[in-house]
Design a protein around this ligand. Sequence first.
Ligand code: GLU
Length: 152
Amino acid sequence: MCGVIGYIGEKPCVELIFKGLKCLEYRGYDSSGIAVLEEGAISVIKSEGKLDKLAPLLSALPHNATLGMGHTRWATHGAPTKVNAHPHKERGVAVIHNGILENYQELKIELLEKGVRFQTDTDTEVFVHLLNQELDTVPDLRKALLNLIQKL
Ligand code: GLU
């Protein structure tokens, strides 16, 4: 279980996302994180523990961002640490996830054999690398996601 919130619109979203996460904190409270997109760059903050520990990091995010997402984690794969907190970002992709990728181990082995290096112990990170690989050949996010879903 976890809490997931996303925003795309015209208002600055950092505070909105944080307030949304506060409402969802009961769904996961071992760690949390927020990613926002501003001027083509993704910025991420993460913290171990409850949302109160994430609050002091909000000022590190670009406050004009109007697109972003947040996560409160209830760990299933990987310890409840800052490094395992969502969002997971690699190249131009940032991912948050609720639930379990049941076949992540097979997929992770395939990725490791291809030389992919993992930063975390989560099942979710498999998704990030697979999406990047898919986008390398299918540079259309919707199509890449639909292709990827078949493998999960
Ligand atoms: N399986 C993912 C993890 O352990 C997501 C857990 C959740 O739903 O919060 O990071």
